[in-house]
Design a protein around this ligand. Structure first.
Ligand code: PHB
Length: 390
C-alpha cells in the first residue's frame, strides 16, 4: 500500500484519502516598516484558501510563514530554510526589492517556483528574470512610468523626486523620469532618505527651498505615514502638490494619515473603489473577515497569488512534482481579479496591469480613499528581451 501510493505520488486523490499537504512558504515582513504590507498579503491569501476549505485537488494547503524582518540576510536565510528543510512546493513573497534580488539565485538554482507577491525590482522582469519566478504584484516601473507624462501635463513641469534609498526607490524614480523628461519636465532635485527614516524635516526644508512646484514620491508602510503627515504639518501641502507611486496612500496607511492625505495624487493598479463584481465581492468578504479593514493593493496581490496557486493546483490535479508542467500551467492562467482581468506576460512572467489608475485621495462614502481620475490600459513592463533560461 505504501509502495503503491508512493508510486502513484502523494498528489493522487483516492476515494476517502488525502494526499500530502501542499506546502506554501511565505517570506514576508511581519515586523518593521513594511509589516502592514505583509499582514495584508497574508490575510488575503487566507481569505482565498478559506474559501477552498484549505483543500485543493485533495491536498490540504499548509502555509509556512517566515518573518524576513526587512533584512536581506534574514530573508535569504528564511528562503533557504523553506526550500532545503521544509521542502515547500511553492514559495511566495517578499515585499522588499533587495530581499527579492538576494533570493533570486537560490530560487532559480533550486528550481523552486516563486510567486512574487510584492517586491517590484525591475531586474526580475529583465536581466535577472527566471522561468521559475512569476510576479502577481507589479514591477516598480509599472505604477510610475505612466505618471511622468501625466504629472508634466496636468500638475507641473518642475518636480522634486524623493524615495527611500534602495532599489525600489531608484527604480520608481527612474520610471517616472522616462515619460516626465520627454514631456518637457525638469527634475529640480532628488533625494533618497534611508528606508525607515522617521524625521523628514531636513528633506522637507530642501523641498521648500528647491523651487519645485510638485513632488513625486515613493514611500510605503510606516514611512508613508510619517512622510505624508510631516509634509502636511510642515505646511507644504497647499503650495507644492504631492504626487507619487500608489503605495504612498494605500488603505493600509490612509487611516493613520487621515486628512493629511487628502488631495494626494498617485498611480496604482488598484483601488478598493473599482466597480467590477470580483472586486466588490472581495472588498465585502475581506472587510467582513478582518474587522472592517479596507483591502489595499497588497491584499489584491495576496488574493491573486492565492488564486494563481489554487487554479494551478486544480489544473494539474494536485501534482506538484512535475514542475515544468506547473510552470507551463501557471504562465497560461487567466482569471478575473479584483484589479480586472489577470494575465501574465509570457516573456517575463510579470503581471500585465489591466489599468494603471491615476487616483486622488478624497473623502468618499466609507471614509478617505483613492478615487480614480484617469487611467492607462494594459501596462506591461518593457522587459521583452528575456528568454527565461532553464
Ligand atoms: C519594494 O521594495 O519592491 C517595494 C516595497 C514596498 C512597496 C512597493 C515596492 O510598497
Amino acid at each position: 500500500m505504501a509502495a503503491a501510493s508512493a508510486a502513484a505520488g502523494p498528489w493522487v486523490r483516492r476515494a476517502g484519502a488525502q494526499g500530502a499537504p501542499v506546502k506554501i512558504g511565505l517570506v514576508l515582513p511581519y515586523t518593521g516598516v513594511y509589516a502592514v504590507l505583509g499582514e495584508s498579503i497574508t490575510q488575503a491569501m487566507e481569505l482565498v484558501f478559506a474559501r477552498e476549505n484549505w483543500t485543493v485537488a485533495g491536498r490540504k494547503i499548509e502555509m509556512i510563514k517566515e518573518d524576513d524582518e526587512m533584512k536581506p540576510p534574514v530573508g535569504i536565510r528564511k528562503t533557504e530554510k523553506l526550500i532545503d528543510s521544509d521542502k515547500v512546493d511553492i514559495l511566495t513573497g517578499p515585499v522588499h526589492s533587495g530581499i527579492l534580488m538576494g533570493m533570486r539565485d537560490k530560487v532559480h538554482n533550486s528550481k523552486t517556483i516563486l510567486i512574487v507577491s510584492n517586491a517590484g525590482a525591475d531586474a526580475i522582469s529583465r536581466e535577472r528574470c527566471s522561468r521559475w519566478i512569476f510576479r502577481t504584484s507589479f514591477s516598480n516601473w509599472q505604477p510610475c512610468q505612466p505618471m511622468g507624462g501625466w504629472v508634466a501635463k496636468n500638475v507641473s513641469k518642475e518636480v522634486f523626486q524623493i524615495a527611500p534609498n534602495y532599489q525600489a526607490g531608484k527604480d520608481m524614480m527612474a520610471a517616472f523620469r522616462e515619460t516626465f523628461v520627454p514631456a518637457g519636465g525638469k527634475v529640480v532635485a532628488e533625494d533618497y532618505p534611508k528606508l525607515g527614516e522617521t524625521d523628514y524635516a531636513p528633506y522637507l526644508t530642501k523641498i521648500k527651498q528647491s523651487g519645485a512646484k510638485a513632488v513625486f514620491a515613493f514611500f510605503s508602510g510606516s514611512d508613508a505615514v510619517n512622510f505624508v503627515k510631516q509634509y502636511d504639518q510642515f505646511g507644504l501641502k497647499q503650495s507644492i502638490k504631492l504626487t507619487g507611486a500608489g503605495f504612498l496612500t494605500e488603505p493600509d496607511v490612509l487611516p493613520a494619515q487621515g486628512s493629511s492625505a487628502l488631495g494626494v495624487v498617485t498611480g496604482h493598479f488598484y483601488t478598493p473603489l473599482l466597480d467590477n463584481p470580483t472586486n466588490q465581492r472581495f472588498v465585502k468578504e475581506f472587510r467582513d473577515k478582518f474587522g472592517g479593514k479596507m483591502p489595499d493593493g497588497f491584499a489584491c496581490q495576496g488574493y491573486d497569488t492565492a488564486e494563481v496557486i489554487v487554479r494551478a493546483l486544480k489544473a494539474v490535479n494536485g501534482n506538484t512534482q512535475d514542475k515544468d508542467k506547473l510552470v507551463e500551467v501557471i504562465a497560461k492562467l487567466e482569471f478575473d481579479s479584483p484589479r480586472g482581468r489577470f494575465r501574465f506576460d509570457q516573456k517575463t512572467h510579470n503581471v500585465i496591469q489591466p489599468f494603471i489608475y491615476v487616483r486622488e485621495v478624497k473623502e468618499v462614502a466609507g471614509g478617505i480613499n483613492n478615487v480614480p481620475i484617469d487611467k492607462v490600459a494594459d501596462v506591461k513592463d518593457p522587459g521583452t528581451g528575456c528568454t527565461l533560461p532553464a
